[in-house]
Write a protein that binds this ligand. Structure first.
Ligand code: ATP
Ligand code: MG
Length: 193
């Protein structure tokens, strides 16, 4: 662990007790679920939480049903925005509607950051949207750099951009030692969605 983490790349030198920028990336399983676990933890502390689900549309996510059935007082603090179509987006199948949905999600996230509306913002799969060049990394970095100081922001998805990694306070790269995907096992209801 680098004890000299307080360096010029970070947003400000006096960042103790502040909201941080976290990234969950890598090819292993657990990025989105880690961020959703964090959302549950924060909601339990009465934090206001925004989850933007980039590249994910439709209703076929177990977490959406769970979130909709939380107690009224917790639900009041939670906003979920889906910014994608009802399918997995890759470079080869990306279309204009994917782009439109993702850009809309980013506008919502940007406003929420500027308006200081939440204590925790999860930008699920934003790394993918940046990797696909649908979102501009320099703009994302600029918005993150100017976030309200107490706000925690989480970016998930494979292929996190080096410029995002540079300004983040915490970066976890999940490496797959084994994944049943490689044995031909597809995403499973209740486990992957
Ligand atoms: P989780 O949502 O379970 O935390 P994650 O966010 O870490 O997982 P993603 O990288 O978002 O995982 O991948 C989502 C899904 O993509 C996987 O559940 C899997 O079904 C599918 N997938 C596509 N390609 C691969 C691959 N090469 N290895 C593993 N999963 C893959
Ligand atoms: Mg994910």
């Amino acid at each position: 662990m680098d004890k000299k983490l307080k360096n010029a790349d970070l947003i400000n030198p006096n960042w103790e007790q502040r909201g941080y920028i976290q990234i969950y990336t890598g090819n292993g399983k657990g990025k989105t679920t880690a961020s959703l676990g964090l959302a549950m933890r924060a909601l339990g502390r009465n934090w206001k939480v925004l989850v933007v689900m980039f590249t994910k549309g439709g209703d076929n996510y177990g977490e959406l049903t769970s979130f909709r059935n939380l107690s009224h007082s917790i639900q009041e603090n939670l906003t979920i925005e889906q910014a994608g179509l009802d399918r997995i987006v890759y470079a080869h199948n990306m279309c204009q509607d994917d782009e439109k949905a993702i850009k809309r999600g980013w506008e919502i996230a940007k406003q929420a950051i500027k308006n200081n509306e939440y204590q925790l913002i999860i930008l699920d799969e934003i790394n993918i949207a940046i990797d696909l060049k649908i979102l501009d990394i320099d703009e994302v970095v600029e918005v993150l750099k100017n976030k309200p100081q107490d706000m925690e922001i989480v970016l998930t998805g494979r292929n996190a951009h080096p410029k995002a990694i540079k300004i983040a306070h915490l970066v976890s790269k999940i490496e797959p030692i084994k994944h049943y995907w490689n044995m031909g096992i597809d995403a499973r209801k209740g486990i992957e969605f």
